[in-house]
Design a protein around this ligand. Structure first.
Ligand SMILES: C[S@@+](CC[C@H](N)C(=O)[O-])C[C@H]1O[C@@H](n2cnc3c(N)ncnc32)[C@H](O)[C@@H]1O
Ligand SMILES: [Zn+2]
Length: 153
């Protein structure tokens, strides 16, 4: 019933809430998974190493390579008709501060000033962030509190 009051549909049956993938992208892009400085809030920077993957099979056939005048092979090809095909990826080596405070590391905080039923908060908490939600409607905050297990509203 409260759900119909809020959205006009039954949210408690899983309808009409924000898809979690949307805030997930924003939270990952906008906050550091490595946390931030407990004194000034500067985010920790990810230290990454590029890793070259192994060659993967070229989708072209050997004949297709030869017709094109290439010297490549079906697998692990390098050259005119089949340049090296590698699955590159990056590996996280660690995190480093972006300030000089030398203070404790704390989780980054996500602020949603239009928190509604708290989907952004739910995702933020699941990603290890702290969350502050604000909303005009107390009923929304109560729902968010139930979903998130918040201890303060
Ligand atoms: C679409 S919902 C937000 C969904 C939410 N971000 C989430 O992650 O689930 C929009 C919310 O903005 C709130 N709102 C609208 N105007 C506002 C205002 N001026 N100040 C605070 N909240 C407001 C509404 O009460 C409503 O709950
Ligand atoms: Zn700092």
């Amino acid at each position: 019933m409260i759900a119909r009051l809020l959205y006009g549909v039954d949210v408690l049956e899983g309808l009409a809430t924000l898809p979690e993938a949307i805030p997930e992208i924003c939270i990952k892009a906008g906050t550091s998974a490595g946390g931030c400085c407990g004194t000034c809030g500067s985010p920790f920077k990810r230290i990454v190493k590029g890793v070259s993957g192994t060659s993967k099979e070229c989708p072209k056939t050997q004949l297709a390579h030869e017709v094109r005048g290439g010297i490549g092979k079906v697998t692990g090809t390098v050259g005119k008709s089949g340049s090296g095909r590698i699955n590159e990826y990056s590996e996280t080596l660690g995190w480093q501060p972006t300030c000089q405070c030398h203070a404790e590391t704390i989780p980054c905080t996500v602020l949603d000033p239009f928190a509604g039923s708290g989907t952004t908060g739910k995702v933020a908490v699941s990603l290890g962030r702290q969350f502050i939600g604000i909303d005009l409607q107390v009923a929304y905050l109560e729902l968010a509190k139930q979903r998130l297990g918040l201890f303060a509203v």
